[in-house]
Design a binder for this molecule. Structure first.
Ligand code: ADP
Ligand code: ZN
Length: 621
């Protein structure tokens, strides 16, 4: 390989030659330059922003300059195989060390590591501080062959984050032992709190901070009112994402299983994933999701960190996440390839009640609960918003922006109505229930009373005689649900006990006095999501990422079939061989020479050498 240190290669040259990309994106260049020069960096970039290149290009550059190996710390053992496979396809010597290797494989990797041949070594954090591993790092360090530490998913070091890993705390010891080795820490989740935590715990005070915009312009946000969630999900999948790969998040394991079974019965290829499944089953399902096309993964939040499948076309939430950080990270798994993708959520009264209850009944200390409540409130405000969702999301992460034109509220501005009077009626009815000597009732009964509907229950409790009976007949049931949801979301009403009976909280007084105005969106049960944006390409095939004429479509299909064979042979996901966008560009421009082929974005020198002739043959050149 590069036994003799060559003259330093410019990072841009490496980007062209190895990755086949024409230019750096956003802050990549500045980050790469900082790290190449031996400085520390803390990189905050949204999912799909291109974090990997920020350490891979410096790793290659520094290895070529004779500085040895970059150690990549990653908590994602299950994905290391594919990450190293992707580097292998690019012709970059890399390996991983984790518990999935047998003794002989591990010893081979260790030999390669000590020889200085490897450009990158991926390792799980628990491995790093073992005496055996440290002895190897010592040996490399003494010979000047320990080039860089890249700490991926750096938020795992923070107890505030949702992915805290005890082992990450040990990473500061590495720095103490090898203070001369530069470090780059990367994450897609870090509010100000988590960010400060990362800096402190990893002793990154001297690191340059690179914060990219968190906007993901290709993701369309939609938050629908939950009426019949299964039917709504099915309509969303059938109308807008037929044969697309995507993730459906549910809160509980049981709901994951139920939903996956139900989708399969409806003829949709779906798999369940949650922490209660056997490790083997989980691995198998994850592999299938990464390797096959058009699978729907129904999962709890146990699924997703580090999943770098670029063509996830949608992320759907059937339950409300805990906070905006979670929502943003989960939805961020859609559309890493930059092509249009959907983040869709169905949200209803029960979600608000459940999330509040989970916090209230949790074991956490009161201070932590207060923090959680605040975070939930921010998410509820987003869900209830009638203005641009993206503006609110970005604002939460400290960014100012203008209405985006690519969220449900921008595309179909919702009508609003003044619900101040209705809210007062609801509150006084809840108050009357209690006055009437009853303990309290749930939302269904309350709405019946407000709308003046006679039922067994109204008769049984004599509620037809209440002064509030029928005072809200002109407001629809869906609107009433919206009012209650909002009142609970704002904390004016609490749902208590096993039956979610409603009770006023202290702040209800201000609403009753008319001091709080409520402007709500008019529920739009009939309104479907943005009508099909997809063209049919004839069969069940998904449309290509570029408009292609019929002949080019044929070439695209042939290239995909060829890619599928290579991927199977190499035991890698197809996108590791080439992205759809790269194949589509090949099909469109139909290059006749290796040189022309090499000019296409995503075709680096190694892939050109390995596959160029084959591709020209498939293209009939
Ligand atoms: P992250 O880790 O930040 O989620 P990745 O490193 O997986 O993002 O990059 C997302 C996608 O963007 C990948 O498919 C990657 O190949 C592509 N990409 C990153 N940087 C560039 C670039 N400068 N030019 C073209 N494609 C890029
Ligand atoms: Zn918008």
């Amino acid at each position: 390989m590069n036994a003799v240190p060559a003259l330093a290669t410019a990072p841009l040259e490496i980007l062209h030659e190895v990755f086949g990309y024409p230019a750096f994106r956003g802050a990549q260049q500045a980050i790469v330059e900082r790290v190449v020069a031996g400085g520390d960096a803390l990189v905050l970039m949204p999912t799909g922003g291109g974090k990997s290149l920020c350490y891979q290009v410096p790793a290659i550059q520094r290895h070529r300059a004779g500085r040895g190996v970059t150690v990549v710390v990653s908590p994602l053992i299950a994905l290391m195989h594919d990450q190293v496979g992707a580097l292998d396809e690019l012709g970059v010597p890399a390996a991983f060390l984790n518990s999935s290797l047998d003794g002989e494989e591990a010893r081979r990797v260790e030999r390669d590591l000590l020889s200085g041949r490897l450009v990158m070594l991926y390792a799980a954090p628990e491995r790093l501080l073992t005496p055996r591993f440290l002895a190897m790092l010592d040996s490399l360090s003494e010979r000047g062959l320990l080039s860089l530490f890249a700490i991926d998913e750096a938020h795992c070091v923070s107890q505030w984050g949702h992915d805290f890993r005890e082992d990450y705390l040990g990473l500061s010891a590495l720095h103490e032992r090898y203070p001369q080795v530069p470090r780059v820490a990367l994450t897609a989740t870090a509010d100000a709190h988590t960010r400060a935590d990362i800096v402190e715990r990893l002793a990154l005070e001297g690191a340059e901070l690179f914060v990219s915009s968190f906007d993901r312009p290709n993701i369309r946000y939609t938050i629908a009112e939950k009426t019949d969630p299964k039917a709504q999900l099915l309509r969303f999948l059938r109308d807008e994402h037929e044969d697309d790969a995507g993730i459906v998040y549910c809160q509980s394991r049981r709901k994951v299983e139920e939903t996956a079974n139900w989708l399969v019965a409806e003829g949709i290829s779906a798999l369940p994933y949650h922490a209660g499944l056997d490790g083997d089953v989980r691995r198998r399902h994850q592999d299938r999701f990464l390797r096959e096309e058009g699978l729907v993964m129904v999962a709890t939040i146990a699924f997703g960190m580090g999943i770098d499948k670029p063509d996830v076309r949608f992320v759907a939430h059937l339950d409300l996440p805990k906070n905006i950080e979670g929502y943003y990270q989960e939805t961020g798994r859609a559309g890493r390839d930059g092509l249009p993708a959907d983040a869709w959520m169905a949200y209803g009264l029960a979600d608000v009640v459940n999330q509040r209850r989970m916090i209230d009944e949790g074991e956490a200390a009161e201070e932590f609960k207060r923090l959680q409540r605040g975070k939930l409130d921010a998410l509820l405000a987003l869900a209830e918003a009638h203005d641009c969702r993206r503006v609110r999301l970005l604002h939460y992460f400290g960014e100012q922006s203008a209405p985006c034109g690519n969220c449900d509220n921008c595309l179909h501005p919702p009508a609003t109505w003044d619900a101040t009077e209705a809210a007062r009626k609801a509150l006084s009815c809840i108050y009357r229930f209690r006055q009437h000597g009853d303990t309290g009732f749930g939302s269904g009964h309350l709405i019946d009373v407000l709308r003046g509907k006679v039922t067994d229950k109204t008769r049984q409790h004599g509620h037809e005689k209440l002064s509030t009976f029928g005072i809200g007949a002109e407001v629809s049931e869906a609107q009433w649900r919206g009012v209650l949801r909002q009142l609970i979301a704002l904390g004016h009403v609490q749902a208590e006990g096993e039956w979610n009976t409603l009770a006023l909280s202290d702040s209800a007084r201000a609403v009753l006095k008319g001091e709080v105005r409520l402007q709500l969106r008019v529920p739009s049960e009939a309104r479907r999501g943005s009508k099909t944006t997809r063209r049919s390409t004839g069969g069940t095939e998904r449309p290509p990422p570029l408009p292609l004429d019929n002949e080019a479509l044929g070439r695209f299909a042939a290239l995909k079939a060829w890619r599928g064979e290579v991927a199977r042979e190499h035991n890698l996901p197809a996108y590791v061989v080439f992205h759809d966008a790269t194949l589509a560009e090949m099909a469109r421009s139909q290059p006749h020479t290796l040189e022309a082929l090499g000019g296409i974005s995503g075709v680096g020198s190694k892939k050109l050498e390995a596959y160029g002739r084959e591709i020209l043959r498939v293209l009939g050149a």
